[in-house]
Design a protein around this ligand. Structure first.
Ligand code: DHB
Length: 287
């Protein structure tokens, strides 16, 4: 799947990713009202990854609903809309409008590492988090994915709360809180100072999170964080993921990365004598 936040909001960009071989696409996060986001610089390249702090720029669900409708008519793969809000009611309203416009599922962003009063501020408060998930679950009749933050003491504890509240699947992980400082100007590079690290740098962290979550809950896990080639994807499957998302690697590998990864997984299964991906999901847990 295409990971959330990588590409813009237009139906055309989502279609180009599906043509590149993605089995599903997740949109950038959308909220109830339009948000401008932070001023530049909003992205900085670091060793083995990117740090970004865009500030959840988005056109608001009412305008974005048009793009969802358009994308839904032409896309041949499931369309998952990433949703954020400032309260359980807001999450539910945005999710309802997304589903009315044609979303096949929603992914709740309760893990943006730096925007005030949403994202990880919701995802780290277990009481509010449970209310958000159950409110969305009772409002829409489509699968609810919840994208978890690695910036917590125990991601498995959070996963348990979210699954008890009704989540159908978990996406692990969102970006890791990070920063970069310009030694010339002596100040942080990003206008927001702090951002979220993605890409190969976070793969071992994401893998450990998926492994921990798989030991605790039974719902499908979607691995996300640094997947760049088939071997990364297979590692996530062995850790317990049933699918993976790819984001940052599109910048380095291009949209063909989806076909390359799925072809590589198929070859691996063939060489190893497995009949289906299902046979390797969580296989690393056996003793
Ligand atoms: C932003 C949102 C995220 O969920 C994230 O992990 C990083 C950045 C943003 O819009 O700034």
């Amino acid at each position: 799947m295409l990971a959330s936040g990588i590409l813009g909001y237009s139906a055309e960009t989502l279609e180009s990713i599906a043509e590149g071989g993605a089995g599903a696409v997740v949109t950038k996060s959308v909220g109830l009202k339009p948000r401008k986001g932070y001023t530049n610089p909003t992205v900085v390249q670091v060793s083995c990854g990117l740090i970004n702090a865009m500030g959840l720029p988005n056109p608001g669900i009412d305008e974005f609903a048009e793009e969802i409708r358009e994308a839904r008519t032409s896309l041949e793969v499931p369309l998952i809309v990433s949703v954020y809000g400032y309260s359980e009611e807001e999450y539910a309203t945005v999710a309802r409008k997304a589903v009315e416009a044609g979303a096949d599922a929603v992914e709740l962003n309760v893990s943006c590492p730096h925007v005030k009063e949403t994202g990880s501020e919701i995802g780290q408060d277990l009481e509010i988090l449970a209310k958000v998930v159950s409110k969305v679950k009772s409002t829409i009749n489509r699968p609810v994915f919840v994208k978890l933050s690695p910036n917590v003491t125990s991601i498995a504890d959070i996963a348990e709360v979210v699954v008890k509240a009704g989540a159908d699947a978990l996406t692990a992980i969102n970006t890791v809180k990070a920063m970069a400082i310009d030694t010339e100007t002596t100040i942080p590079i990003l206008s927001n100072r702090v951002g979220g690290l993605s890409g190969q740098a976070i793969k071992p962290i994401a893998l450990r999170c998926v492994y921990d979550i798989y030991e605790r809950v039974k719902v499908p896990i979607i691995g996300c964080g640094g997947v760049t080639d088939w071997r990364d994807a297979v590692e996530f499957l062995l850790a317990g993921a049933s699918a993976v998302q790819i984001g940052t690697a599109i910048a380095t590998e291009g949209p063909g990365v989806f076909k390359a990864v799925s072809h590589g997984i198929e070859e691996y299964l063939k060489v190893k004598g497995f009949k289906s991906v299902k046979e390797i999901v969580g296989l690393s847990h056996r003793s």
